[in-house]
Design a protein around this ligand. Structure first.
Ligand code: NDP
Ligand code: A1CAB
Length: 269
């Protein structure tokens, strides 16, 4: 079976599932090979209309169709949703959990020892093909490669060798888009306070985020070097950065990333 022939099923059709479905469709995976099980009728309608995929209410229908099954509920919803689902899986189905914290051992306890489990921490930029996903799995290589087919349709993917590293990964790339969005929101609002129209302030903040991101990924210079290049001595950037340091922004970001990692550990139970 080629990767394009995989039947890919999602259980839970929320924000992150939608981002992965959008990535798959954008990369050309056939709509009739994607199915989502989602409890809310309005959300099912939205997903089937937006991506031309099949949306059903019963998890077992999606699970039994799957070569690749993506569990995309909240961590707290996972145990109830997947207990008993193992009965509906084909023997060689690859089961991907994207839930923060929930361990491979817990998934095996709920799904059955034979389940081929891959843990993934994706992020929402998958929606626009710019995702960063990290996987961990102790299952056979085939299951990791199938997972990479899905993830690479949505951006970039990497592997980690230790499951415990997923806490840090979650704190950086899983939650990370929200940190940049908050910064952008504040820049935009302040631009408006300084007299720019909402449209202009939004455009300047967003395009600046995109430009900074492209420089970080495409240039071989470090983030610190790129920052220095913007910062003329005695100039405007220096005035802004002085305030950021005085008010403890680096320390706040450090503590925020540590809090996200700790929360991931707590969700592991
Ligand atoms: N959002 C993100 O940026 C990222 C999220 N993740 C992980 O992805 C997972 C989903 O997050 P997110 O998409 O934000 O959450 P959402 O709440 O948007 O999506 C979860 C969906 O699953 C549905 N659901 C709940 N219970 C069941 C069930 N028993 N069977 C089938 N579907 C069910 C929910 O319905 P209802 O609303 O009715 O409960 C909801 O539509 C989480 O585990 C999270 O840790 C990972 C990386 C990034
Ligand atoms: O906030 C969360 O718990 C999920 C995991 C990473 C991003 N969103």
């Amino acid at each position: 079976m080629t990767m394009q022939d995989l039947n890919i099923a999602f259980i839970g059709g929320g924000n992150m599932a939608e981002a992965l479905i959008a990535g798959l469709r954008r990369a050309g995976h056939a709509a009739e090979r994607i199915i989502v099980a989602e409890p809310q009728a309005a959300r099912r309608d939205f997903l089937s209309n937006s991506y031309q995929i099949k949306a059903v209410a019963e998890n077992s229908v999606a699970a039994s169709a799957a070569d690749l099954l993506v569990l995309a509920m909240k961590p707290q919803q996972m145990k109830a949703a997947v207990t008993g689902l193992g009965l509906h899986l084909k023997g060689d189905t690859s089961v991907i959990s994207i839930a923060a914290g929930v361990t491979t051992a817990s998934m095996r306890a709920w799904l059955g020892a034979a389940a081929n489990i891959v843990r993934v921490m994706p992020n929402t930029p998958a929606l626009v093909g710019a995702g960063m996903s990290v996987l961990f799995s102790d299952a056979d290589e085939l299951h990791k490669q199938r997972t990479e087919y899905l993830l690479d349709a949505c951006g970039e993917s990497l592997r980690v060798e230790k499951e415990s590293q997923l806490h840090a990964v979650t704190a950086l790339s899983g939650s990370g888009p929200a940190y940049f969005f908050l910064l952008t929101e504040v820049m935009q609002a302040t631009g408006e306070k300084l007299g720019l129209s909402p449209e202009l302030a939004a455009k300047l903040a967003a395009q600046t985020a995109l430009g900074a991101g492209k420089m970080l990924t495409e240039s071989d210079r470090s983030a610190a070097e790129l920052r220095h290049q913007v910062t003329s001595p005695g100039g405007t950037t220096q005035a802004a950065l002085d305030v950021m340091y005085e008010m403890g922004l680096p320390d706040a970001v450090r503590k925020a990333v540590l809090a996200a990692s700790k929360r991931s550990e707590e969700l592991a139970g």
